[in-house]
Design a protein around this ligand. Sequence first.
Ligand code: PLP
Length: 410
Amino acid sequence: MSPAPPRPGKDLRRHFPIFRHAREPFHFLDNAATGQICDEAAQALLHFETRARANVKRGVYRLADQATAAFDAARASMARYLGETEKNNVVFTSGATAALNIAAHGLARRLGPGDEILLTTLEHHSNIVPWQLTAERQGAVIKAIPVTDEGRLDLDHLDRLVTNETRIIATTHVSNVTGAVTDLGRLRRAADAVGAVLVVDGAQRAPHGPIDIAATGADLYAFSAHKMFAATGAGVLWGKTELLADFEPLLGGGEMIRQVTFEKTTFAPPPHRFEAGTPPIGAVLAMAAAADWLATLDWRAIAEHELGLTARLLDGLQTLPGLRIVGPSGLQGRFGVVSFDIDDIHAHDICQLTDQLEGVALRGGHHCCQPLMHRFATDATARASLAPYNDTDDIDALIRGLDQTIRMLT
Ligand code: PLP
């Protein structure tokens, strides 16, 4: 019988080297920017780099064969994390940003002048700028679904926004600013009504447990390893077989070709077509190790734990004078990402002081979501974002730190 999974909070924290090595109180609430690396991922990375290192898909000596087999097994692990049986629908990238760029480049040939790409006001710049680059090249038009005062997508406008010219709908699965979860079912139906492709940025969903990719309705799905407790430098673009097969590669180079002559190059089939050059092998193996470990955790217990912490956080924030929550004030349809501002105190001052006073790591800034900041008439917010290793001590330290900050600066 396998041992019971660690309980969320302090028990789970023991599986993360950074918390074991911390010499002073350390309350990490910047998980939406990057999660801390778990033991499984750290060990996989170290093992590859120090005991098993060889390039993949090239050498024929045993060490190289073993590295290639491990890399293939990592693809199968990531497919399993997505509930997918076809591992070749998993493209390894350097992260969500690279994945979305491959998607935007690959879909370009479906776009002509006047065709429309529908984004949302919640998007991270990684899910805006690649589409703008493609739209400019193809003469296509960008539109955006607005958000409500609660920081959720305002889907009342969907019928007006989706037209016969809509070719692509690209949305985040979970907002990195408001924590709101997108109603992907609605967007899938809207895309189907006009034959559009649905692209989902899963960067903030992937750290919250295995994903049923079929249930998301996505045609393409992107995420980063470093946010799901693995190393920096790797990520995934998952895509439906027929879509990926139709994509031009974004990068050309070694190991993505079938044949090269000076007259013409033919490309390898997906996923290799999109993996030019030496991939981030160690980071990919670490990502797979993290995914396999994450799949063993009790996600029902984690979701309950994080919801409890989010409630404690929202309650605590609402006691502080001058504080405005930018996003849903309730617990329905959200993850534990909470943004806020406090009167005219700058978000960077909030972050510096809560760190100095209570050892709390928060993010302050525009969160690579300037259109969303504009919607809320600000240029920066502070943001606390939760992971399964957070516990009540982190939330209480944050509220204490904010309380002191407000006293000092107002
Ligand atoms: N999309 C969302 C929603 C994000 O939060 C982020 C990172 O913060 C990204 C995309 C980009 O991820 P990366 O920088 O790992 O490519």
